[in-house]
Design a protein. Sequence first.
Length: 430
Amino acid sequence: MPLPFSDVPAFRRDPLALLLDRAASNESAFAPLYLGLRPLWLVTDPKVARAVLKWPSAAIDKGSLVQTIAPLVGKSLLTNKGLEHSSVKEAVHRHVHRNSVVANLDRMIAIINQFVTRMLVDGRLDTEKDLPLLAFQLACVIVFGHDATSAADRTLLVNAVRTVEAAVAASMFRLPFLPRWPGELRRETQLLEEARETIKFVIRRVRASEHKSDVVRGLEAAGLDDEALAAEVLGLLIAGHHTTGATMGWLIHHLAEDPELAEMIAIEADEVLGGLEENDDARLKQAQLSHTFVSEILRLYPAGWWTSREMFKPVEIDGKKFTVGDTLMIAPWQLHRDARLWFQPHEMRLDRSYTEPAYVPFGVGARACIGMSIAWFELQLFVLQVSSALRFKRLTAGAPQPKPSITLLFPPSRYEVTMRDSALHGQDAA
Ligand code: HEM
């Protein structure tokens, strides 16, 4: 029997490899990981993983992870449980489904166009700086409302959200038994307090704005005060901007690697983008190639690369008995790259089916991603608009490797940006 904590060194060195190796060397649906005093179980069978995620939350729900991050991010969809969670999820969900996102189509197209223009002027893309910022801007349109925040508000918010994210990432990767210096702890508390005050300040301005979003109106109608609303908004922004920003990085990387694919998507963009301006996304739904490309990128690099669930009641799943306090890990990263489930799992292929039970980039069940429609929409629009106008050449040496943090990040990279040839000809002709 392996010792408690015996997987910690391998997990700290390369958690992505550890998950794949452990699943591959285990026949059962539950592969043990020795990361604490008790083993936790990686659920490697996709049907069992889905069953776990859909299990009634009174018996299986988010557990100690939530307790670790709740003091940092506050009480929100990310950290609440039970009725508190389901009532707010209901209120937010009513306003972030595809139709409400479509209502902001013009604004989102305009933001991506500004990004394209800026890239052309700069001739350079810095993925770490530029992409999360673009994703942040797009998320702000849905979360706060068209024109409800100023550029200055968004700068304040980005910095505040980054402070909280840094504290969350540090807490998740810190060994629990290591003491913390009082000075470091004081400084962190002070920074977090300032970040929360900043977010509340912006929220008060948004609440007073006639342009505030349906999301904010829905949360107000659910009875949330400034403090609670600020925590919800913080949760949405934390969950929404690095995930989408990193996925954009992978999209660009594969466009740069495969100019033929970039051109085929550009041709699709030429066909569909013109018809999108009347807040009608019917044409986007027909854009099969860009849809498949985004699906495949979400398979290869699922930004939400793992999640965990804890037992709150004794439960038997697939013949295995679990007791209260046992923890299960479900890792889209592992399910999406398991050679038993996918043909050439590490290759980008555009001829796969995404109806497989193993495909879970946005999770499933009560805690599935609330931002799925926003993310899907942003990513497909992004890849179409970017391919139709720009071409990328990687300047950073070496192939990019996924960087596991709270989310699966795209490593900091620089690209040379030029205009797509046919766009150049189109402009000449005009
Ligand atoms: C490529 C983009 C994205 C990916 C891959 C992604 C993935 C995920 C996954 C896998 C979960 C489920 C975690 C679990 O089961 O524990 C999740 C939850 C969540 N996501 Fe996303 N997400 C993305 C974008 C967004 C966006 C744009 C937003 C909001 C603006 C968002 C907000 C949330 C929230 C609030 C939760 C927690 C839901 C709950 O616990 O009920 N996400 N996301």
